[in-house]
Write a protein that binds this ligand. Structure first.
Ligand code: AMP
Length: 366
């Protein structure tokens, strides 16, 4: 169990690392960030930082030396980096969660083997493999690179009549999976945490809307049935236990409404705090960032109860120019990431619009 005054090392210096650092500071903990980008938003709010590549072993050794525990804000941390650090300092969540969630084929297989629904999928290693996968899965389908895909990058939707060669080259002719196309009613996510003594706490299910493959809004409560929300929580709990997970994570889910009834289907797991959990900063008793810090510090989890109805809207690119208008709005909480340049498609901040309803929803445990 970390004592106040201890240091958390964070791999990654983006907005997620920044918000973890802010929550750590609130709890009397220091943070030390390692990131190759000299302009990292997290550097502005941390006690210390190292500007170096993730595979720079001297820099990693220095991070391990100054840290009591190391965590990460993105799932594409090289596995060798996590393994190197693990020899010197506890890394939470550990390398197992990274190894599985970095690879869509391992991830989907892991989820399916737990008896949890996924879209039908097949591995694709070469062009002949793509033809075979299309024959077995059928079209429409989604072709996704096994690694390094995010915000819709590295994926192509295939419809009947589409040119398979073009799709294969569009994803860079690399190892991939083909997933059956899910005609979903809504996209939701569960943000949850597990700590070292196995305690588990999940936030209310969040409904997510994407624009141009980037998360646009997250809304709680989500318009889903009690059964779907219970199923989503049970799925998160099962995944956390199977990974012996420590920290906050997200499970992205599709909700379908087939004639046979509503289905909850896992799309992917993010082994980190998540954009669709930003509403918890103003709309839950404990934010996802504080929860993550508590879990990796070996502290008890906080209360994940929701305080009211919340809509989180990402401020992408020029949206952030509206900051003054948002500040004047009752019930709106503005969060800006300290980034200089409001480039198109860049996440500059978010706003949580909160309507307190005087009730708290109980924390879900398992
Ligand atoms: P991903 O990178 O896997 O999170 O996918 C990005 C987005 O593409 C998701 O949020 C969905 O909107 C869409 N998508 C991904 N996989 C599928 C699928 N199998 N069927 C339908 N839509 C999908």
């Amino acid at each position: 169990m970390l004592k106040p005054g201890s240091t958390i090392g964070i791999l990654g210096g983006g907005q997620l690392g920044r918000m973890i650092a802010l929550s750590a500071a609130q709890l009397g903990l220091k943070t030390h960030i390692l990131c190759p980008d000299a302009d990292s938003p997290a550097f502005q709010v941390a006690a210390g930082h190292i500007c170096a590549a993730y595979d720079d072993e001297a820099a990693l050794a220095e991070l391990a030396r100054v840290s009591d525990v190391v965590t990460y804000e993105f799932e594409n941390v090289p596995l060798a980096t996590a393994q190197f650090l693990e020899r010197h300092v506890p890394v939470r969540p550990g390398a197992k969660a990274l190894a599985i969630t970095q690879d869509r084929l391992l991830e989907k297989s892991f989820v399916r083997d737990l008896g949890i629904e996924t879209a039908p999928f097949a591995p694709v290693d070469d062009f002949a493999g793509l033809e075979a996968a299309v024959a077995s899965i059928g079209l429409p389908a989604v072709l996704k690179t096994r690694r390094f895909g995010y915000d819709g990058k590295g994926q192509v939707t295939l419809r009947p009549g589409d040119d398979l060669h073009a799709a294969w080259h569009a994803i860079g002719a690399q190892s991939a999976i083909l997933e059956g196309f899910v005609t979903f009613e809504r996209e939701v996510s569960v943000i949850a945490a597990r700590c070292m003594d196995d305690a588990f706490a999940a936030y209310d299910v969040t409904e997510n809307v994407h624009r141009d493959h980037i998360l646009h809004t997250s809304t709680v409560p989500a318009a889903v049935s009690r059964q779907a929300s219970d199923r989503a929580h049970a799925i998160a709990c099962k995944i956390a236990g199977a990974l012996s997970y420590v920290g906050v994570f997200a499970v992205e889910l599709f909700i379908t409404s087939a004639a046979s009834g509503e289905q909850v289907i896992v799309n992917e797991i993010a082994p980190r705090v998540h954009n669709s959990g930003h509403w918890t900063q103003d709309g839950a008793v404990t934010s996802q960032f504080e929860q993550h810090v508590r879990a990796i510090a070996g502290w008890p989890l906080g209360d994940a109860s929701r305080l009211g109805a919340v809509q989180m809207i990402n401020l992408i690119g020029a949206d952030a120019h509206d900051w003054a208008k948002i500040l004047a709005e009752p019930g709106a909480h503005l969060h800006l990431y300290g980034k200089d340049e409001a480039r198109a498609g860049r996440k500059m901040g978010h706003v949580n619009r909160l309507r307190l309803d005087g009730r708290v929803s109980p924390t879900s445990t398992c």
